[in-house]
Design a protein. Structure first.
Length: 535
């Protein structure tokens, strides 16, 4: 089983599934922010709502609350993908009806809901959400306390055989945030009256969403791994720092974490000690570079203390650690943005911490004054110079894009003669050494490495992966694998599509899969039990 879990940006999104389905064997990287308001699993308790059992079999006010949350998301975080999942088909239809009503009144909301983005907005019920992932998932339980205050232990598909598997799929669909809307508390679910493992998992899920409490105790291992860690902990505590040992869920825990005194819900610094866990790791890549890279990508600031340094000169090691804490307190340049910044608002304009967005692909915007002259009447040398400027700006650029750019510059439509004139200009520029031609791609005169560029803001006609050179695709693959620290080839391909902002289709994924195979054969990528890693 693939044990590294890297989809969730907050460990609370996978904690229940890790315990209930994977015996805490998934290696889950903890988030530095324990306050789950803007990221992670969020509980939205709606005690004033009513489940209309026996009539509509819906919770109308809960459906309205869901739609209000969708509207707020469309205003504050439109760049984050969103999905809504209801436990029942009736509740799904209630949500859809209210969304359609709001769309007719609000053009901006209608544009968000109807957007043809790569991961479009959806409303589904529990049975058909398989395979869908979104940045944010809103869950409408629907079932719950009725008008008389009673709670039936009937939760539809959850009571049936395999209901727990459906729930597991649902609660692991979110990458950044999962908000569950219900009028129930976990104590309202009486397992003595309920049938099906799905209801048991629902009770555990609601309990954890409410207060971070798992129904089944987490296995032991919360104490320090070694005397070395105990000594570091004691030394920092004497200096007035609040330190917690073994932070995280599942099998992976950060050795020591320094609590932010100004915000008790988050940690300032994670401290990794070269102790028992370090020496017990199976792969060297897991032990150091991969683990630390993943943690930094999640927003952690990491400081490592080596046992040899500690025992040789404890005072020096301690001073270095204190300096790292002080640096984390004030925020050092180049460190990931503080998770205290509301994540949904931050994501409107910036990528997640540790994953800087690639530069945007910027088409050259120029106007060529040709008057009424046809392109075929323009001197190839003159047109070739203009073509070279475009190539230098957008290198590497596909021939098709180059043709499009020239026609945009003269504000004319294409045609066979114009295409021939552009090709003649290309040949002239290449003969003069102004551009370099590699198949269908054109490069500037200087031999510079390709850099991944984000095409998400370009027209659809320019967002085909076929218009991206192999060199740029390989650079994007190398970056994704390095940042994911161990991912399967399919996941790497999907992430490259998002990184480059191109359209996702079978042809794109097949091509990227072939490039991955070539990179593995060439030695720049390596397949390990944890997935693809950089050589």
């Amino acid at each position: 089983m693939l044990r590294w879990h890297y989809r969730s940006r907050h460990d609370s999104l996978i904690a229940v599934s890790n315990q209930q389905f994977y015996d805490n064997h998934l290696i889950v990287f903890p988030s530095p922010d324990r306050n789950r308001e803007n990221e992670g699993l969020v509980f939205r308790h709606l005690p004033a709502t009513v489940y209309e059992r026996g009539t509509s079999r819906t919770n109308p006010l809960e459906a309205e609350a869901i739609v209000e949350a969708v509207l707020e998301h469309s205003r504050l975080s439109p760049k984050l993908s969103l999905g809504v999942v209801a436990f029942s088909q009736a509740q799904r239809e209630a949500v859809e009806l209210r969304i359609e009503q709001l769309r007719r009144k609000n053009p901006e909301f209608d544009a968000f809901v109807g957007s043809s983005r790569e991961e479009p907005f959806f409303v589904k019920n529990l049975e058909n959400v398989q395979g869908d992932e979104r940045d944010v998932i809103l869950i409408s339980v629907g079932y719950g306390r009725d008008a008389n205050g009673g709670v039936s232990m009937n939760f539809g598909p959850l009571n049936q055989a395999g209901g727990e598997r459906r729930l597991n799929v649902l609660i692991t669909r979110a990458r950044r945030k999962c908000a569950v809307f219900t009028n129930l508390m976990s104590d309202d679910i009486d397992l003595r009256r309920a049938a099906g493992a799905g209801v048991r998992v629902l009770k555990a899920f609601l309990s954890f969403a409410q207060g971070g409490r798992l129904e089944v105790p987490v296995p032991s291992g919360r104490d320090h791994d070694s005397e070395f860690e105990e000594e570091v902990h004691a030394s920092l505590s004497k200096l007035g720092h609040e330190v917690e040992p073994q932070v995280g869920s599942g099998e992976f825990r950060i050795d020591l974490a320094v609590v932010d005194p100004s915000t008790k819900g988050r940690f300032l610094l994670g401290i990794e000690c070269d102790g028992a866990r370090y020496h017990g790791a199976q792969w060297a890549r897991d032990r150091d570079r991969l683990r630390e890279s993943v943690l930094r990508g999640l927003g952690w600031k990491i400081h490592r203390i080596w046992s040899t340094d500690w025992f040789r000169n404890r005072e020096v090691s301690l001073r270095r650690c204190v300096a790292a804490i002080e640096e984390a307190t004030k925020g050092s340049p180049g460190v990931a943005e503080s998770p205290r910044e509301p994540a949904l608002r931050r994501a409107k304009d910036a990528p997640p911490p540790g994953a800087p967005q690639p530069p945007a692909y910027e088409p050259m915007k120029a106007r060529a004054k040709v008057g009424d002259a046809h392109l075929s009447e323009i001197d190839p040398a003159s047109l070739g110079g203009f073509v070279a400027e475009i190539v230098e700006k957008e290198s590497p650029i596909h021939r098709e894009e180059l043709h499009r750019r020239v026609l945009e510059a003269i504000d004319q439509r294409g045609g066979p003669k114009k295409q021939a004139a552009i090709e003649e200009a290309l040949a002239h520029a290449a003969s003069k050494g102004l551009i370099r031609v590699k198949g269908d791609f054109l490069w500037g005169r200087e031999d510079r490495p390709a850099v991944p560029r984000d095409r998400s803001s370009l027209p659809d006609s320019s967002r085909d992966l076929a218009l991206v050179s192999d060199e740029e695709c390989r650079a994007a693959l190398a970056r994704v694998v390095k940042e994911s620290c161990g991912c399967e080839a399919e996941e790497a391909s999907v992430q490259v599509v998002k990184l480059l902002g191109v359209k996702r289709n079978d042809e794109a994924l097949t091509r990227l899969g072939g490039l991955i195979g070539g990179m593995v054969a060439g030695g720049s990528l390596v397949r390990t039990p944890a997935g693809l890693v950089s050589a």
